[in-house]
Each structure stands twice: as C-alpha cells, then as structure tokens.
Design a protein around this ligand. Structure first.
Ligand SMILES: Nc1ncnc2c1ncn2[C@@H]1O[C@H](COP(=O)(O)OP(=O)(O)OP(=O)(O)O)[C@@H](O)[C@H]1O
Ligand SMILES: [Mg+2]
Length: 228
C-alpha cells in the first residue's frame, strides 16, 4: 500500500523572546494501514511533530502530504475539512467540550461534517461507549467523568468518523495498566479491520514495542526508526 502521510524536511521554530528551534529536518513516511509509535524524551519534539502531521500547526519549513495532498497549499477551511474527514485525534490533554455529554462529544465529528445524526449513528456511538467502557456515564456531562473516562471518551470520539488516520498523543497516559491493554487491543482491532493508520506517541516502551514500527525522536531529529 502507498503512503498515507509524508513529511519532507520538516523544521519547526517557535518564535518568541527567545526563538526555539524544535524540529531540525524530519523526513518520514507512513504507510497506509500501518501501526506506528513515536517515542522520545520529554521536550524532544513529539507533540510538536504530531501537531504538524495533523495539520494543526504549520512547519517553519518543509512539506506535509496527507493522503497524497500537499497541505501547504491549502487554506484554513480546506484543512479543517481534510482533518475532519481523514484524521482522528486523541490529544495528550483530552479536549472534550465541557458543555456536552460524553455521547454528544463522541457524535461531534459527525455533527461537524454536517452529516445527520440518525438512529444508526447513535447506535454506533453507543457501541463505541461500550467498547471503551464508558456506557454507564455516557449521558454525564463530560466534566462529570473521571480523567480516565474522559480520555476513553476522547478515544471513542476519534474513532467515530472512521478516519483513515488516528494520531494519538499519550492516549493512555491517565489509565491503569488493564485499561491501557484494553485500549491497545481496541486500536489493534480497528487497525486490522478498517486498515486505519495509527501514529501513537507514548512513553510506555512496552506499548511502543508492540507497534509495527518505532520512531525515536531525539532533540528534534529522527534518532531511530525500527520496523518489525
Ligand atoms: N508553543 C510553544 N512555544 C514555544 N516553545 C514550545 C511551544 N510548544 C513546545 N515548545 C518547546 O518545544 C520543545 C518540544 O516540545 P514538545 O511539546 O513537542 O515535546 P514532547 O516531546 O511532546 O514532550 P512531552 O513528552 O513532555 O510531551 C520543548 O522544548 C518545548 O518547551
Ligand atoms: Mg508531548
């Protein structure tokens, strides 16, 4: 299969009182349907890289191709549409909308894409609640769930649109080891069944080692790139 994501010569500098160059020329390609992990020390540039891959942030230099499309040429609206249709995000700090319930948050990507939320869609959202283990609290306001439940809710939301790509930044950071194992087997199932490409930033070496590929970022550069 072809590459669903391609990064060419990515550099990133945060400009401020002191300019900080965080990424120093990253070239990476991710194959469609692959299951990848990104590891590296705190501050090495993993979240910065993931935000650039997901077109939430722009590189200072270099190109990002998503699904074969050069994103540097796209305007805000086009990028938002590409993200909504192609990418599911699970952030390091889950950004659920506080004024909505868990279920409503999970349905949000459908709402945003302008599709109608019919019975079938609702049933799918309920099924995802079941899968991630938050059925009991699905009608709670999103702020009235534990941190781990909120994280699982964010994972269900990322899966809702059946995106081609899922980008996850420490998706199981707040979860106990049993739940972590369940979430990973869920990711693996989705990967196997739907050929969803996963890129997961994790500190957990055990999890990283179960991926098909480990990319290690060190001081803003690709330090290791191991495919199994
Ligand atoms: N908005 C910003 N403005 C300025 N510097 C930033 C900004 N965001 C991140 N940085 C700096 O860029 C570097 C990389 O940050 P990044 O968040 O990508 O690291 P990370 O590898 O995800 O770390 P962690 O494992 O702790 O999440 C750090 O030195 C950080 O201080
Ligand atoms: Mg980070």
């Amino acid at each position: 299969m072809g590459n669903v994501l391609e990064l060419k010569g990515i550099e990133k500098t945060y400009f401020g009182a002191v300019d900080t160059k965080v990424l120093h020329g990253i070239d990476l390609a991710f194959e469609e349907g692959s299951f990848n992990s990104i590891i590296g020390q705190s501050g090495s540039g993993k979240s910065t890289l993931l935000n650039i891959i997901g077109t939430l942030d722009k590189p200072t230099k270099g190109l990002v191709f998503v699904d074969g499309q050069d994103t540097s040429k796209m305007g805000k609206m086009k990028l938002a549409k590409l993200r909504n249709q192609t990418i599911g995000f699970v952030f390091q700090f889950h950004y659920l909308l506080p004024e909505f319930t868990a279920l409503e948050n999970i349905l949000m990507p459908i709402q945003i894409s302008g599709k109608r939320v019919d019975g079938k869609t609702k049933a799918k959202a309920e099924e995802l609640c079941e899968l991630v283990g938050i059925s009991e609290v699905r009608n709670n306001n999103s702020t009235k769930m534990s941190g781990g439940q909120q994280q699982r809710c964010a994972i269900a939301r990322a899966l809702m649109n059946q995106p081609k790509i899922i980008l996850a930044d420490e998706p199981t950071g707040n979860l106990d080891s049993d739940t972590t194992a369940q979430i990973y087997s869920l990711f693996r199932d989705v990967n196997a069944k739907l050929k969803t490409t996963f890129i997961i930033v994790t500190h957990d070496r055990r999890i990283a080692e179960e991926a098909d590929r480990i990319v290690e970022i060190k001081d803003g550069r690709v330090f290791l790139d191991i495919k199994r």
